[in-house]
Design a protein around this ligand. Structure first.
Ligand SMILES: Cc1ncc(COP(=O)(O)O)c(C=O)c1O
Length: 483
């Protein structure tokens, strides 16, 4: 492959060879202070073939399918991804929190290959794969709640969301649903009705499913330590809009993911639990992004002691194979009529094999504990940067769900969206894949695989630090050009 720029690809630095960019790592994994120049931006190798792929992507894939980085993956291993041009990146996006066990985990490969060689699919409505049943049981065992549970398997987070609402409506005979502003629950019509971000998710797609009502989430950075007026607004909603005993379900993320890693105050989830219990409302905890160890517990809701009626898992459940689950109280799960739940692919045995392998890997490799350590390393370093870079308005997170909100002005908290976009580009040029979040696209979020080593973590953080320094020094024109 021929490189398009002046330097042939073969002579360009491969981004993975970070001997020149690595932080000096202490035995505890904390990097020692280094000069910013230690992680310089490098030009990524680009071939004519990948330029052609970029053009074909423009031509054949709709613009609505947004992609953060113009990089095409060729292979992945653990916390790294190598692209079709041979550049290797540290991947701190992990398929937006899908690859918690890391890319190409040998146990997942072995389990899926073994199942593929036996058979690929029968459709659970025709012949139910034993692995469906085994996974259903395992999920009832590892989710919070000491009561009889059942599990429905589907293909995506949005589908789990849709089915949870169906189940709650069937079980309660009520229709109203409460969700939260700044939430994200997926891109299907009902999931969009529940999603609290107007652009780009909801724009141009209405009308949405009726009888869905959004109320404020608790947000300490933007509305004060108690999270703002969420409690009073909810009480007012019950008095003015829909009486509490008419509400079928309340769906909530224990930490808002796409919304910018908003960690609510400790009383938020217990209060919602109490309100739901008092009025017979089904409490649905959406753990699609927070689940599978990300926050330093298997499920984020465990931090609060709250037991959900229905819990939703997807993303890291099957290490990248399309699989999602609704796990919940047996009597609720049995409310829909036979045939009312399911779908052609739900609980595909290859995906179930992957999920069972993932659960084993979590136990064997202690990935929940690992999330605590990775999160601590990231948050400590981010807090240090906050003292040095005016750009960082807030640092927050739970376990390895760590983020920093970039602002132009700490007083007004004016979002620094262009800076966040430039930071992503700068980091990628230094060999690190990052993504953003937040209502104003100004939150840098970390979703690194939980198998990321201390050395990789230190290197990734070093790259972010160097990128922060580079972006902080940019003029408005440079910022515009940088992404
Ligand atoms: C909390 C949450 N719920 C639901 C979804 C939708 O999942 P999917 O994209 O698999 O439909 C997402 C996706 O990011 C999510 O973060």
């Amino acid at each position: 492959m021929k490189a398009t720029s002046h330097v042939p690809a073969s002579q360009k630095p491969r981004l993975a060879n970070h001997s020149d960019t690595a932080a000096t790592t202490g035995h505890d994994g904390h990097s020692q202070p280094t000069d910013h120049a230690s992680a310089p931006a490098q030009s990524e190798a680009r071939s004519e073939a990948s330029e052609a792929l970029r053009a074909e992507r423009q031509r054949y894939v709709p613009r609505g399918v947004f992609t953060y980085h113009p990089v095409f993956p060729a292979s992945g291993s653990g916390a790294t991804i190598t692209d079709t041009d041979g550049n290797t990146y540290l991947d701190f996006a992990g398929g937006i929190g899908t690859m918690n066990v890391g890319h190409s985990h040998p146990a997942v490969i072995a389990a899926t290959q073994a199942q593929l060689e036996l058979y690929c699919h029968t459709c659970a409505h025709v012949l139910m794969p034993p692995l469906y049943i085994e996974l259903a049981r395992r999920l009832t065992e590892i989710t919070p709640g000491d009561f009889a549970k059942k599990t429905l398997l589907v293909n995506s987070g949005a589908e789990a969301v849709e089915n949870a609402i169906k189940i709650a409506r069937a079980a309660t005979g009520r229709t109203a649903v409460i969700a939260f502003e700044n939430s994200f629950h997926g891109r299907t019509n009902l999931a969009l009705a529940l999603t609290g971000k107007a652009r780009p998710y909801r724009a141009n797609f209405g009308p949405f499913a009726p009888d869905v009502h959004l109320v404020p989430y608790a947000d300490p950075y933007h509305y004060g330590a108690d999270g703002g007026p969420w409690r009073a607004t909810l009480e007012r909603f019950f008095s003015t809009r829909v009486a509490a005993d008419q509400v079928a379900a309340m769906i909530v993320e224990p930490v808002q993911g796409e919304g910018g890693f908003i960690v609510p105050p400790a009383d938020f989830l217990p209060t919602l639990r109490a309100i739901c219990s008092q009025h017979g409302i089904v409490l649905i905890i959406d753990e699609v992004q927070t689940g599978f160890g990300r926050t330093g517990r298997m499920f984020a809701v465990e931090h609060s002691g709250v037991e959900p009626d229905l819990l939703l898992a997807a993303k890291s459940l099957a290490a990248g194979l399309p699989l999602a689950a609704v796990v919940g109280r047996a009597e609720l799960m049995d409310a829909p009529l036979p045939g009312g739940l399911g779908g052609t692919y739900g609980g595909n045995p290859v995906a179930c094999a992957a999920a069972l392998a993932v659960i084993e890997v979590f136990e064997r490799e202690g990935l929940v504990e690992r999330a605590q350590r990775l999160g601590a390393l990231a948050l400590e370093r981010m807090r240090d940067w906050q003292e040095r870079f005016a750009l960082i308005g807030d640092v927050r997170g739970l376990g390895a769900m760590a983020a920093m909100e970039l602002v132009r002005d700490r007083e007004q908290r004016a979002p620094a969206a262009a800076e966040a976009a430039a930071l992503l580009a700068e980091a990628r040029q230094r060999g690190l894949i990052l993504i953003k979040a937040g209502l104003y696209d100004n939150v840098i979020r970390l979703l690194m695989p939980l198998v990321t080593t201390d050395e990789e973590m230190a290197r990734g953080l070093e790259i972010i630090e160097a990128s922060l320094a580079a972006v902080s020094a940019m003029s408005p024109a440079e910022l515009e050009a940088a992404h």
